[in-house]
Design a protein around this ligand. Sequence first.
Ligand code: GDD
Ligand code: MG
Length: 358
Amino acid sequence: VTIDAILLVGGEGTRLRPLTLTTPKPMLPVAGVPLVAHQLARARDAGIDHVVLATSYKAELFEAAFGDGSAMGLELEYVTEVEPLGTGGGIRNVLDRLRAAPEDPVAVFNGDVLSAHDLSEQIRVHVAGGAAVTLHLSEVSDPRAYGCVPTDPTGRVTDFLEKTPDPVTNRINAGCYVFRRAVIDSIPAGRPVSVERETFPALLAEGALLLGFLDAGYWLDLGTPEAFVQGSRDMVRGVIGSSALTGEPGDSLVLDGASVAPDAAVVGGSCVGVGARVGPGAVVDGSVLFAGAFVDAGATVRDSAVGRDAVVGTDALVEGAVLGDGAHLGSGNELLRGARLWPSAVIADRSLRFSPGP
Ligand code: GDD
Ligand code: MG
């Protein structure tokens, strides 16, 4: 018996610009492996063997990376929306690739989440409860950026409030669903549909059974630079595990072909990408260096992402910031507090500070 899954990877990842100008969010490296590779590994580990990727933005990069999926022990297919159809439209658009019978479960994943929840148990609860849809729920301290999902004491979903300023509970939609396949058939075809704003509220209004599956395991949406860097850091340290990783967890992960000077410090769950270099006396703490990035002598990079082939010049300070691919931050500069340097941008030596300096 095969279990189908759909992976939603068509979004533009706007909040993660400039990194997503060149790489779609689900392909960003988390502990050196594309984010979706971790999700595919989790799906496989839960017994799923056939995954359809619903692509749109930079669609071709997914198939180029994962092909037919056989290297991961999965069968992968790709369906591209020329105009993005939204989450519900993307799910409906792959219907003809599903092998599930009308009453069978189909797993659906947002493509930007790291989650350790028990997917097998979620599927079991869904089938046992005879639900139309079963939603993974997670508790977060600030629910306003998510779908707020109140339930009754039996776990039945009573409302779905997408990104409300006044959440009624801190239990949120964690972006992993189990649909009865027949419910996917009922989503209108050929136009944009949001499951969060249209499908779930309509199902609730009709009296359909939606169940919440609350799980206290690790969960993080990597939609912002801070969250992306944190997700990579957590995976390097083993706060969340992944069968897509081969090595052991540790304080840092230095990938093949990278070089770190003997007196440099790479710590705090940092990942140094393929072919990246860290120069003498430099400090890289809690950060992600993409492939080919270069942190020159004496520079400090904390809680930041340095894009492909980007350069942090000598003695520069980067903290809570992002350098796009190929960006060049000259010597002695400071890039702090949410600053974002666009791909290929060049900041001349000693020309940008957030403090009076020496
Ligand atoms: N195929 C396709 N087509 N995929 C899409 C489209 C589209 O038009 N739009 C978005 N996606 C994919 C994105 O690539 C991402 O993987 C996923 O759908 C969710 O989109 P986000 O843009 O990341 O949504 P969000 O984080 O603001 O909110 C969603 O996720 C939260 C949990 O992380 C919602 O589902 C919230 O209810 C939820 O709490
Ligand atoms: Mg998201």
